[in-house]
Design a protein around this ligand. Sequence first.
Ligand code: ATP
Ligand code: MG
Length: 432
Amino acid sequence: MTGMEAALVAVGSELLGADRSDTNSSRLAAALAGQGVAVRRRAIVGDDEAAIAGEVARAVAEGIDLLILSGGLGPTADDVTREGVAMALARGLEERPEILADIAARFEGLGLRMPEVNRRQARIMAGAEVLPNRRGTAPGQRLAAGKLTLFLFPAVPDELEGMIEEHLVPWLAERGGGEAREMAVLKVACLPESAVEERIGPFYEAFGREGLTVLASAGEIQLRLTAAGSPDGRRRWLAPRLARLRELLGERIFADRPEVSLEGVVGDLLRRAGASLATAESCTGGLLAERLTRVPGASDYFLGSVVSYSDRLKIDLLGIPAELLAREGAVSAEVARAMASAARRLLGADLGVALTGVAGPGGGSAAKPVGTVHLAIAGPGEALEHRHLRFPGDRERIRWLASQWALDRIRRGPLARRAAAGAAGGEEVPAG
Ligand code: ATP
Ligand code: MG
């Protein structure tokens, strides 16, 4: 069914406001792209039966092949997606006893009686296929109406994810989808977008810009290559392009899968090196430790952190000489080095990492403006490296970038030396 066209409707009054964005439709769009289905329209409507019905009518009128609605399948009175779709297509809704039993059993499993309102979730449109939802109570539904196929999915992102994998992708794959696409990803840390652009200039000269997307976020750039065509054709297209990008960016690339994080890569390197790590943090307040411990199994290599935010704790806990603090200030190369050494020694780690800086908005001076951060890494052995960094942006961004630079230096510094992998490090270019 090449050339299938889809429309996405996110249902939820909270999505119309300022504080919730519709990430579900983005997730659905990605799944559709993977199957070669073009998205023609995306809409957001409130929990409003007439508005939902209107979207269905519009899809029918426009000759859309596939309409996917997410949300509004809950048990409460404001969950009216079933009713809105049924109204637009003039279908009846009937309560299915086996689904009701299923929902009741879920509640029993939690030691609860099913509230009466949950009956609504067992209401299925005439002619619809029930799509079991293993992660929640609201089942999905699939329904054919002439040329149009509708999917009704729950909105809780984790439940939606399950529905996409179990019910949407297999259904599309069975239909042959459209022209399949394949994406290859390279993730680069701690290089500004312009520096990445400059480095990959030769790639553009050789291959042009088509099929390459550069996505920047704070301290991280994702390069995405999207190939279309037959599996063979995609491989032939991707291989030389990936190889060239790898050549041009070298050790700046830390991952080639979208789900791999910088902290995960650092963790793997530490585990492989059999090295342990401890941190002493000031301006980041434990953010570096928090990121390191996001990774399951971090206890294999991460020992802990001293969040020495005050001078007193730098002195009392870490043993930084008061005289040094008074002379150089807490935000200084000397104090960062002393903190890193203390973390290493006191916590008994192979590597000690320290961050101290001015995150702002106040506290800056001409000599030490907001964004000034000192990063030091002690170990292995006598090694003691220090970086004086200057980050742009607000407090949150500065703190994030500090943690990002620390992770990347651990990756490319001591661990790269240990793993004896990759070429020598390039120059430091701090920027957002
Ligand atoms: P369901 O169909 O799963 O029962 P619902 O609409 O009844 O969904 P809500 O309580 O409204 O359930 O939403 C469940 C959660 O999913 C909420 O935290 C909500 O903010 C989130 N959510 C709803 N729609 C979207 C969306 N389009 N993108 C991302 N998150 C969403
Ligand atoms: Mg909702």
